[in-house]
Design a protein around this ligand. Structure first.
Ligand code: GDD
Ligand code: MN
Length: 363
């Protein structure tokens, strides 16, 4: 009888067809003598990644494909892969061969012996590097992201945003309901969500070139990350999605003022100009939220149109509520010089209303 496996390697994939076979081949080689499983979590990639995994799974029962429908997101895929595993130890790695799989046996030995709860493949320590696999700009951004994460974590971790790590599964099980399913920073989120500090070991490796296909890390991912960091800074009182929503809302203010100027230059009366500017800002807010804040539930086609109408109706009511709350607070103020407090109260109420409403009724 084959021995019971110790290790599951969770591999999130989105359009990685060309990388599946070479990755599995490398796992076979490097994990020889170890009882392992691999779970590919694929978000129904259009390039047929899932089919490529399943074709191999018919001849190698260590390989499994968890194909998700109607969902997108790296963090959520990793969480579901870990939840689907049953081995005491799980590893997470990218499909594109940028992570050095030859580190896996040493990582496993470290977790198994109890020397560490979590082993991170680190690009940012002596012996590691990201210069090969990241452009200069991405390299800079990645280092900055690590800095920010370290500030929040209050832990000495060199590469807290690494996508390559191994961990005792029960450590993730405990915090799984609290993890954000958006964005890329699953490792950071797992560390930040622990009640007790983890015993962390870092091993350096060289982040290699992507084998085939292209990166999915874009501007939206970066914004999502900032939202997550801010949320953790706030002690998790405000969810990351709400923070993103409010950031987008603030950008609407800039659009509103800018367009007001444009419409005034076009000789529209002030009232009409402000109305047009406000509608423009509402429209850009809707579109940006659809692209970024709710990217995992993005509306398309007819749903985009009905969603837009709902969003406008919601913001209309939000505006009325904003004014009503501000007026109410203003009436109860003992000191009229505190007018701004009434304004802030109205704005906060309106923003929260819009966010809750949008989450419930639009996306
Ligand atoms: N299922 C699923 N769904 N998988 C996804 C998704 C998604 O929405 N988005 C990305 N992936 C998969 C990719 O297919 C790949 O296997 C892995 O997640 C990493 O994505 P890349 O697009 O290759 O990321 P990267 O190389 O640019 O970013 C690297 O650095 C980041 C930190 O700087 C990766 O190592 C990341 O894991 C890391 O967080
Ligand atoms: Mn990659």
């Amino acid at each position: 009888m084959e021995s019971i496996p110790d290790l599951t390697v969770v591999i999130p994939t989105f359009n990685e067809r060309g990388n599946v076979a070479p990755l599995i081949e490398r796992l076979r080689r490097t994990l020889e003598g170890i009882a392992w499983r691999a779970i590919f979590v694929d978000d129904s990639s259009a390039d047929g990644t899932a089919a490529a995994v399943k074709a191999i799974a018919t001849t190698d029962d260590r390989v499994l494909c968890l194909q998700r429908v109607g969902r997108r997101g790296l963090a959520g895929a990793v969480i579901e892969g870990i939840m689907a595993s049953s081995t005491p130890i799980v590893a997470v790695m990218d499909a594109d061969l940028q992570h050095d799989e030859t580190l896996l046996p040493l990582m496993l030995a470290s977790v198994k012996s109890g020397a560490a709860d979590l082993v991170i493949g680190s690009r940012y320590m002596g012996g590691g590097s990201a210069d090969e696999g990241l452009s200069r700009l991405r390299g800079l951004g990645s280092r900055l992201a690590s800095r920010l994460a370290r500030l929040v974590l209050k832990a000495e971790v060199n590469d807290p945003v690494s996508g390559f790590f191994m961990i005792r599964r029960e450590v993730v099980d405990k915090v799984a309901p609290r993890l954000s399913t958006n964005g890329f920073k699953i490792l950071f989120d797992i560390i930040a969500s622990q009640d007790k500090p983890l015993n962390i070991l870092e091993l350096p490796y060289v982040f290699a070139h992507r084998h085939s296909g292209e990166s999915k890390l874009d501007g939206g991912v970066v914004l999502e990350y900032l939202g997550l960091i801010l949320a953790r800074f706030s002690g998790n009182i405000v969810p990351p999605r709400a923070l993103l929503f409010f950031m987008v809302g603030a950008s609407g203010l800039i659009v509103n003022i800018g367009m007001l100027k444009v419409f005034l230059i076009a000789h529209l009366g002030f009232g009409v100009a402000q109305l047009c500017a406000a509608v423009t800002a509402m429209t850009t807010n809707f579109l940006i939220n659809n692209q970024i804040t709710y990217r995992d539930r993005r509306l398309r086609g007819l749903a985009l149109l009905t969603g837009y109408i709902r969003f406008c109706a919601l913001c209309g009511v939000g505006l009325v509520a904003n004014v009503a709350v501000a007026a109410l607070v203003f009436r109860h103020l003992h000191n009229p010089h505190m007018w701004w407090l009434a304004g802030v109260a109205g704005a906060v109420f309106g923003a929260v209303w819009n966010y809750v409403g949008a989450s419930l009724a639009v996306w």
